[in-house]
Design a protein around this ligand. Structure first.
Ligand SMILES: Cc1cc2nc3c(=O)[nH]c(=O)nc-3n(C[C@H](O)[C@H](O)[C@H](O)COP(=O)(O)OP(=O)(O)OC[C@H]3O[C@@H](n4cnc5c(N)ncnc54)[C@H](O)[C@@H]3O)c2cc1C
Length: 481
């Protein structure tokens, strides 16, 4: 009756994760892609940025003569080959894109190249080179992702004023670059550019830097990642006009009053102010589906698209296009869950247990709530909230590595031991957070986590230490009447 059981529009990590699960569950599946397979993460996001960050991190280590000396090493001369770094990133992109495409082909997923559009909840058109093909499917999944948001007043010329899409190509090294936005993308690029010797000015419109991080973590990150690297910052300032050229002119206004405060003349500007969903011209208007502000597709907790608040049983959406948590692993998890729901499950995604990371040096990671969010929830639902910290400077492995800057912060309920949030800044924080994510996902309380034996000497003992301290508190509070 249908050409396919499932047609997915968008072959990013979300669409890819959904396709893999669909094949496992025996669904005849097609995936529609208008550009490169792999989407943002593989081509313009996680993968190339982490390749550049890997080189930046290595460079930092080799330039850190003091730590090297303490380890008994001296390095005479370190040279950077910008083109080599850019090539490394591009080669990895090509490899991972090829692996991803082959994995779909091997599993028998049909790849349809072209622009996908929903004609009806079970009918999709695919247009390429003026040719339109119409396919039908029992279920249609929208996984069309996102693109960089450029605020009004900022002109992109892709050479001197650009977004992450261009920056990842590392075509040149501007001596002085303004980075607009202090989210994780802005921070990661500040890490890359400062390692390469560029001067960075970071501009944030909100009243504090790194507004999405826990305040303690943001404070330490500000010191380690910005102040100690002489990154100049402007907070509460709106880049209300940026004109490309040589120099690039950045007009900064007070974010509240919009009054012009300062004009910077820099060599380049990187705009990292967030991302918008790629949901235009998808056919949603024809189906009477009203998108959220900024264009995100409305879905219920099972990922059915909503029309007038009611779920459409055969039309689904996931990933950056719905804006719930704009990360690659969140998109893939949503894709798996949506497909399972298509075949009769009733699953949801627990966002509280999905970790996130910034791959700076040192790394930053978190899962669950920040302390202010936890306090607010505690006040609303009438339960106590506490936080403990443990430090890498007391961790043998970190000391031996000469990377003892950083801390772990564990936020929990002293009455039940429930883990509410965990935040880490320090070496390998992005890997360390997984233990906390697993604990939140499995609802393991801190006093049980404290009984788990950690390998010595490892960085994981930083979390072990925090769990043990929190558990003492839980024990104490349980003995109180
Ligand atoms: C610089 C940068 C660094 C990042 N680093 C990380 C990181 O370290 N970790 C992490 O978890 N996340 C990271 N992200 C975020 C991550 O890349 C995204 O969250 C993720 O790619 C979203 O996946 P998606 O499948 O929803 O969409 P996308 O990956 O954007 O894929 C959507 C696909 O749909 C296609 N498409 C769109 N419309 C149509 C249409 N009508 N027809 C056919 N095809 C269409 C697009 O061409 C695209 O290929 C980073 C992002 C950036 C920009």
């Amino acid at each position: 009756m249908f050409d396919y059981d499932l047609v997915i529009i968008g072959a990013g990590v979300g669409g890819h994760g959904a396709a893999l699960r669909a094949v496992e569950l025996g669904l005849k599946t097609a995936i529609v892609e208008v550009a490169e397979m792999g989407g943002t993460c593989v081509n313009r996001g996680c993968i190339p940025s982490k390749a550049l960050l890997a080189a930046a991190g290595r460079l930092r280590q080799l330039q850190d003569a003091q730590t090297l000396k303490a380890l008994g090493i001296s390095v005479s001369q370190v040279q950077v080959d910008r083109e080599g770094m850019a090539q490394h990133a591009q080669q990895i992109v090509t490899k991972i894109r090829g692996d991803l495409t082959r994995s779909l082909e091997r599993l028998g997923v049909t790849i349809l190249h072209g622009w996908g559009k929903v004609l009806e909840p079970q009918k999709v058109s695919v247009t390429q080179g003026g040719q339109e093909t119409v396919v039908t499917a029992r279920h249609v999944l929208l996984a069309t992702g996102s693109y960089p948001w450029v605020p009004p007043g900022i002109e992109i010329d892709h050479e001197t004023v650009f977004t992450s899409d261009d920056a990842l190509q590392l075509r040149w090294l501007p001596p002085w670059i303004a980075i607009i936005g202090s989210g994780y993308i802005g921070l990661e690029f500040a890490d890359i550019y400062t390692a390469l010797g560029c001067e960075v000015t970071m501009i944030e419109a909100l009243d504090r830097l790194m507004p999405t991080f826990d305040p303690d973590i943001a404070r330490l990150a500000q010191r380690v990642l910005l102040e100690e690297r002489d990154v100049d910052t402007r907070v509460g300032m709106l880049a209300q006009k940026i004109t490309p050229g040589r120099p690039v002119v950045v007009e900064l206004a007070d974010a509240q009053t919009k009054e012009l405060k300062e004009v910077l003349e820099v060599d380049a500007a990187l705009v990292a102010t967030g991302r918008l969903p790629a949901t235009d011209n998808l056919g949603l208007e024809n189906l009477g589906i009203e998108r959220h502000k900024r264009g995100f597709i409305p879905v219920n907790e099972h990922f059915n698209v909503l029309k007038n608040g009611e779920p459409i049983p055969t039309l689904w959406a996931i990933g950056d296009a719905i804006g719930a948590m704009m990360l690659a692993h969140a998109a893939a998890a949503q894709g798996r869950v949506a497909v399972e729901n298509m075949v009769g499950a009733s699953k949801t995604v627990n966002y509280r247990a999905i970790p996130a990371a910034a791959f700076t040096h040192p790394e930053i990671s978190f899962v669950g709530l920040t302390e202010p969010q936890a306090q607010e929830l505690g006040e609303r639902e009438q339960f106590p909230v506490k936080a403990v910290r443990s430090y890498f400077k007391a961790n043998s492995k970190a000391i031996a590595e000469g990377e003892a800057e950083g801390l772990a912060k564990v936020i929990y309920r002293p009455d039940t031991g429930e883990l509410l949030g965990v935040h880490v800044i320090g070496p390998h924080a992005a890997d360390l957070i997984q233990e906390a994510a697993a604990a939140i996902a499995t609802q393991t309380p801190v006093h049980q986590l404290a009984d788990i034996v950690h390998t010595h000497p490892t960085l994981t003992e930083v979390l072990d230490e925090a769990f043990k301290r929190a558990s003492l508190d839980v024990m104490k509070s349980r003995h109180q009447p």
